[in-house]
Design a protein around this ligand. Structure first.
Ligand code: TRP
Length: 343
């Protein structure tokens, strides 16, 4: 009898997970945003299917000057390219150029409870800091964020601690919709990046570094010139004890060690060994130089992209087209399930 040969089954190529994150165009990001988030995005883009957006619709939950907003949207879009994200590999787009975000957000509003939105700590904080403009958009902000994530069927979302509650709500909304209509959305998991990237204010190392800090010496902006970076790091608050090591009550030095470690890849023991017998002056110079070298390529690429606004617009349009293709697939599914009549 003839032997029947069965071709060995070709191994299925494993589907890459999808990762999505967004950044608001509210001013120039800091070294903290870079080391804590953006630098990781580049690494994640190499490993996963990825989409990254400028969350401009989120920005208008607080009042914006239109001229300034327009400028900041393009600056942040240029930054996404400058950190090394590749439009051939990742979908890089501007949220408002993909109408599906607003469309899905409206639908999801109707599957979100007033009570659960009222419990969002960011809403409570912001309704105090913007007491004259507690608008419905500010209230519904997490629903728009849920739409951002669920449209792309994202498996993973890298978020900082301040956004964890919003991601949790996105999961709740997704699960609720799936529960009513059957599996429609992938339920996203938070992606927690490597630790050690929580950068604190240079002037008050108990506070997180923030671009909205009224004291410009408290933060390094990703586009600061080398001299400015050196000056800011040299004037960072430390302590009077004098030793370069990680310890309690040494928040200023701990922060600089964290920054230095992130930029150089050296661990704390190595840093302490390298600076034994040296003073804070030497250490600050080394940290300053490491930060300058870390940010130099980002700033240079950014300056190059900003000179070519036509290229940026073209890349944004391409990104929006690819994003729309995926987003509309999900939106259509959702609309059918809800009972809308599609054209
Ligand atoms: N709300 C986020 C922030 O302020 C930005 C954001 C909007 C986002 N949509 C998102 C982050 C979707 C992750 C996924 O930082």
């Amino acid at each position: 009898m003839e032997e029947i040969k069965v071709a060995p089954e070709a191994p299925k190529p494993e589907k890459k997970k999808t990762i999505l994150s967004c950044i608001q165009p509210s001013g120039i990001p800091t070294l903290g945003n870079y080391l804590g988030a953006l630098k990781n995005w580049k690494l994640l883009a190499d490993e996963f299917d990825s989409a990254f957006a400028v969350a401009d619709l989120h920005a208008i939950t607080v009042r914006q000057d239109p001229q300034k907003l327009r400028k900041q949207i393009m600056e942040v879009f240029a930054l996404l390219l400058a950190i090394g994200l590749d439009p051939e590999k990742s979908i890089i787009f501007i949220q408002s150029q993909v109408p599906a975000h607003s469309q899905l957000a409206w639908i999801l509003n109707c599957y979100t409870q007033f009570g659960e939105m009222s419990r969002m700590t960011q809403f409570k904080d912001k309704s105090q800091s913007h007491a004259d403009n507690v608008n419905v958009g500010l209230f519904a902000y997490p629903v728009l964020m849920a739409a951002d994530i669920l449209l792309y069927q994202a498996d993973l979302v890298p978020v900082g601690a301040d956004q964890k509650q919003h991601l949790e709500i996105a999961r709740d909304i997704g699960n609720r919709f799936n529960g009513i209509y059957g599996k429609t959305f992938t339920i996203p998991e938070p992606y927690i990046g490597k630790s050690g990237a929580r950068v604190m204010s240079l002037q008050d190392p108990m506070k997180k570094m923030s671009k909205s800090d009224p004291n410009p010496k408290s933060f390094v902006s990703v586009f600061d010139q080398p001299e400015t970076i050196m000056k800011k790091i040299r004037s960072a608050v430390t302590d009077s004890e004098g030793g370069v090591y990680y310890g309690e009550g040494k928040d200023g030095i701990n922060n600089l060690m964290g920054i230095y470690s992130c930029c150089t890849g050296l661990d704390y023991d190595q840093i302490t060994a390298d600076f034994s017998g040296k003073g804070y002056g030497d250490f600050k110079n080394a940290v300053g130089e490491a930060v300058v070298e870390e940010l130099r390529p980002v700033r240079e690429r950014y300056e190059m992209f900003m000179k070519d606004q036509a290229y940026l617009k073209e890349m944004a349009a391409k990104g929006a087209e690819s994003a729309s293709r995926i987003a509309n697939r999900t939106l259509t599914k959702v609309m059918k399930k809800c009972g809308f009549v599609l054209p």
